[in-house]
Design a protein around this ligand. Structure first.
Ligand SMILES: Cc1ncc(COP(=O)(O)O)c(C=O)c1O
Length: 392
């Protein structure tokens, strides 16, 4: 079955849909049983999609979990109330006091904060590594290293990691590997196919696709699914049936949305790369993006997210650009149908071991608007940027 077909078919067994197209919306805390035998049977199978108690999911959740596990090629999928919760709880599920983890320097900022502000307090230490380190990661492994965490491409600066090389070293040292696959979304990159143990996504982005639900998902392979499943329950993680329903609805159209995001983003990226104010574009599908060769080898496509590195600039120019744009709204997140711009509150991205020796960086999310309108908008916004730079 091709991926697009799988997206339509997954999680739609009659058990969940009861004969209509979409799964039933089953809201529940309490599940009631007709007999002690039925209760005991449910208790026995509660880890395997049997109705037992609302926190462990209803048929709406089970349909979504089944679909996402299939999309990512894993043994099971845990649901969380946000992407940040998925990252934090997946890490917590596999570390204990005294352990050490390896985290790339280009991690999503709240992931970094979780390591520095929560894990450190629990006695788990973190070493940040250059996302382009590849097999050189072996030099950073300690006796107590437990987890190698990846995010590819990296947040804001978009470095595409050499996942197979990193995974090989991790496996040789018995580490658990996790990857924030929010960009790769399961259609464009499947970490488990490359030997990663656990793939995490902020479903808030492309899965939901409409900027109206927060959700995180974590998909593990056979070896790690039992631990991830039990730990997510022990940590009390769950989401509402309504949100699960919305995520499943988003999933059905993800392939067509992504195709449009991809085409429009490539058009904008190619146009903006030739703009006189632009130093280079960090779009994984373009050769100017660090790790482009890994992207070409491992990914099945790109989407609406990329960054632009300016030759020069200052905070006033960045602010003026954002203010001048009409179609690009200023806001966090990405993966919805709308175009967004993030210039950062400071001039350089937060990095501790790799530094940043370039001009200001602007991240764009190209939405589903007509691409000509987007280019026109950016063009007039960059004229304003140039004027403010000239005044400095
Ligand atoms: C790469 C990445 N991972 C995780 C998250 C966190 O997701 P959420 O906002 O659902 O907590 C984000 C959000 O921007 C993200 O960009």
């Amino acid at each position: 079955m091709k991926k697009e077909t799988q997206l339509i078919a997954a999680g739609r067994s009659k058990k969940y849909t009861q004969g209509v197209v979409n799964p039933v919306l089953q809201r529940a805390s309490t599940v009631v049983f007709d007999s002690v035998a039925e209760f005991k049977e449910a208790a026995k199978n509660r880890g395997n999609r049997a109705l037992f108690y609302g926190r462990r999911g209803t048929n709406t959740h089970f349909a979504l979990q089944e679909a996402i596990a299939e999309l990512e090629g894993g043994a099971g999928c845990a649901l969380y109330p946000s992407g940040a919760a998925a990252i934090a709880n997946t890490l917590l599920s596999f570390v204990k006091a005294g352990d050490h983890i390896l985290m790339m320097d280009t991690a999503y900022e709240p992931t970094r904060d979780f390591c520095d502000k929560v894990l450190s307090g629990l006695g788990v230490s973190t070493t940040y590594y250059d996302p382009m380190i590849g097999a050189g990661i072996s030099e950073l492994i300690q006796d107590n290293t437990r987890v190698l965490f990846m995010e590819s491409p990296g947040s804001i600066t978009m470095e595409v990691q050499d996942v197979p090389a990193l995974v090989k070293v991790a496996k040789d040292h018995g580490l658990i590997t996790m990857l924030d696959n929010t960009y790769g979304n399961g259609l464009q990159f499947r970490p488990l196919d490359h030997g990663v143990d656990i793939s995490i996504q902020a479903a808030t982005k492309y899965i939901v696709g409409h900027s109206d639900v927060m959700m995180g998902v974590s998909v593990a392979n056979e070896q790690h699914w039992p631990t991830l499943r039990e730990q997510s329950y022990l940590l009390g993680q769950c989401c509402s049936a309504d949100d699960a329903y919305m995520a499943l609805r988003g999933l059905r159209t993800m392939a067509v949305r992504l195709a449009q995001h991809e085409q429009a983003a490539l058009t904008v990226a190619n146009w903006i790369s030739k703009h006189p104010l632009v130093d280079h574009v960090r779009h994984p599908a373009l050769p100017t993006c660090p790790g482009h060769e890994h992207f070409k080898r491992d990914f099945h496509g790109s989407n609406g997210l990329f960054s632009v590195v300016m030759k020069e600039g200052n905070q006033a120019a960045l602010d003026a650009l954002v203010e001048a744009l009409h179609h690009f709204k200023m806001g966090f997140s990405w993966g919805g149908y709308e175009s967004l711009i993030t210039t950062g509150l400071t001039m350089a991205p937060l990095r501790s071991v790799t530094g940043w020796a370039h001009g200001p960086i602007i991240r764009l999310h190209i939405g589903l608007e007509n691409v000509d309108d987007l280019i026109e908008d950016l063009s007039q916004g960059l004229d304003v940027y140039a004027k403010v730079c000239a005044q400095a």
